[in-house]
Design a protein around this ligand. Structure first.
Ligand code: FES
Length: 359
């Protein structure tokens, strides 16, 4: 049996018609054609058509209500309050509002096409990519016919409600962008000003430099040549992991490095801000705020892994490569009576991305 099938297959593969011989090859796939058209209830009964039209615009208005509800929920449950119940309600009701808006919009569109628009089947023959002028005029006419048959131009209630629902459906998304900007709260009125927000960190005169994350204060004598130490203010540990801990840490985090004093030439560095070759710079990249964490001790270069900005620690952390626009802010440091490294003041400029400085 298998032998016969192999022979048949070989015969099929090697078969060629004789030149000039017309061979009638039967079409292997028969075109079944379109099934007979069945009129819908809305085609036969004007009352059913009116009901379908009402359903469509009711769904579009429902979508409009969902969008408005999402915006109202954003205002009713402000996440800035920091209360967990508000954050939960904010997420829940904004999600429900947007879900309702999109679902009702989709259902309305489907019902419109299935029950109200003309459902006449037609077959479009293949043709060249650019049609003849008559074909193009025919296409324009088809659009006119579609407009007429769908009732888009005529059914003003559907059209108006669809346009309103579509326009409103993008508003919740736009409203949510407001949450990206810092804004003041009763507890923190200065939060509305991003420059002040990033200019003030936990560093102050006498604040000890401590290891991240242990909070152990650091003696100048323990900082070895070529090392890079990740540093936080000692009092940050007192915040525990309460609200605000991460925000304060993200602003105040510092990298501490020890160079040979002769590698910090006075013409490029403010030596009053260094102690015996030890310098401290903000770890927040001035490009878009990634942590600058890679230190190359031979070249004294700091590298930001996000977009490859490089800063030269031996020249006041000046930018020597990459998209960052300004040097890393330096933290002025000295030692206290017990030999621990302490800050002389806070940073004198905002930490982080430099666009905060632009007005
Ligand atoms: S965030 Fe550092 S280079 Fe882009």
């Amino acid at each position: 049996m298998a032998h016969e099938e192999d022979a048949l297959e070989h015969e099929r593969a090697s078969w060629k018609p004789s030149p000039g011989l017309a061979v009638a090859v039967p079409d292997p796939v028969q075109n079944p054609g379109l099934p007979p058209h069945r009129a819908r209830m809305t085609d036969k009964d004007p009352a059913a058509m009116a009901r379908a039209v009402r359903t469509v615009y009711t769904l579009f208005y429902l979508s409009l209500a969902g969008s408005i509800w999402a915006i109202a929920a954003y205002m009713l449950f402000p996440i800035e309050s920091g209360r967990i119940v508000d954050i939960r309600n904010n997420n829940l009701f904004i999600g429900l509002g947007i879900g309702l808006a999109l679902l009702a919009l989709g259902l309305g569109a489907i019902h419109w096409t299935k029950a109200v628009m003309s459902d006449k089947e037609f077959i479009e023959a293949r043709h060249a990519t650019r049609g003849r002028d008559t074909t193009r005029e025919g296409a324009v006419q088809a659009f006119r016919d579609a407009n007429e048959e769908s009732g888009f131009g005529r059914r003003t209630a559907i059209r108006g409600s669809l346009i309103a629902a579509l326009a409103a459906s993008i508003l919740p998304g736009i409203t949510l962008f407001r949450g990206l900007a810092p804004h003041s709260t009763d507890a923190n009125p200065e939060l509305g000003d991003p420059v002040a927000l990033l200019k003030q960190t936990m560093w102050k005169e006498g604040e000890r430099l401590a290891h991240d994350p242990s909070g152990e204060p650091i003696r100048a004598a323990d900082v070895t040549l070529g090392s890079a130490v990740h540093v936080i203010p000692e009092s940050l540990a007192e915040l525990g992991h309460s609200e605000g801990y991460l925000e304060e840490k993200a602003k105040a985090i510092v990298l501490l490095m020890r160079l040979l004093p002769e590698d910090l030439p006075a013409e490029h560095n403010n030596l009053d801000w260094a102690y015996d070759g030890i310098v401290a710079y903000s770890k927040v990249c001035t490009h878009v705020g990634c942590p600058v964490a890679l230190y190359e001790q031979q070249t004294h270069h700091l590298l930001c892994p996000c977009h490859q900005s490089q800063f030269d620690v031996s020249r006041s952390a000046a930018v020597i490569f990459g998209p960052a626009a300004r040097p890393l802010p330096q933290l002025p440091i000295t030692v206290d009576a017990e030999g621990y490294l302490v800050a002389k003041s806070d940073f004198t400029e905002p930490v982080g991305p430099s666009f905060w400085e632009r007005h």
